[in-house]
Design a protein around this ligand. Structure first.
Ligand code: FES
Ligand code: FES
Length: 186
């Protein structure tokens, strides 16, 4: 190193990150947290707020393991800056259950064997929820297209697709059953 030059590590230490407070709604609960300017949303909700269902794998928005629903849209939380999430509404797998009851998609993934190691599963289920919120009766091609950004190293994908199809089928047959009951009473 030339005389008078500062080392890179010295320069890096000179970057001062002032924590700033961010307020979000996480699974229906308002949370206020001090974040650093380089924190991702993943860092905030997994490490600071304890939602361990949100997994980090690639860290660059390529695998979908860290998917959460932010303001109604599925996003990769590893590439969202926490500091830009002020007033956002975030849903993770922890917020899907209704007390002791699993969400229909969670139930279907269990019944159809839509996971093995389970590492990708919370992200898969949240992506599938976003799909069904947008398109309640998706075709096979629509499911494949929508889920194509979520990678699984275990299942070979068919069980995941069948889990989503089964959740749709269950919802539709409940609706038919309900209408049938209503009509038979009138
Ligand atoms: S960990 Fe975020 S997309 Fe892979
Ligand atoms: S179930 Fe193992 S990575 Fe998907």
């Amino acid at each position: 190193m030339l005389p008078g030059m500062k080392s890179r590590s010295h320069n890096r230490n000179m970057v001062v990150q002032h924590p700033r407070e961010v307020e979000i709604s996480l699974n229906g609960i308002r949370r206020r947290v001090a974040v650093k300017s380089n924190w991702t949303l993943l860092r905030l909700i997994r490490n600071s707020l304890g939602c361990k269902s949100v997994k980090e794998v690639c860290g660059i928005g390529e695998c979908g393991a860290c998917t959460v629903i932010k303001d109604g849209r599925a996003v990769s939380s590893c590439i969202e800056l926490a500091i830009l999430c002020q007033d956002s509404t975030i849903l993770t797998a922890e917020g899907l259950t209704d007390g002791e009851n699993l969400h229909p998609l969670q139930d279907s993934f269990v019944k159809e064997g839509g996971f093995q190691c389970g590492f990708c599963t919370p992200g898969m289920i949240l992506m599938a929820k976003a799909l069904l919120d947008e398109t309640p009766n998706p075709t096979l091609d629509e499911i494949k297209e929508y889920m194509s950004g979520n990678l699984c190293r275990c299942t070979g994908y068919w069980q995941i697709i069948e889990s989503i199809q089964n959740a749709v089928h269950q919802k539709n047959s409940k609706r038919i059953h309900y209408h049938h009951q209503r009509n038979s009473k009138t």
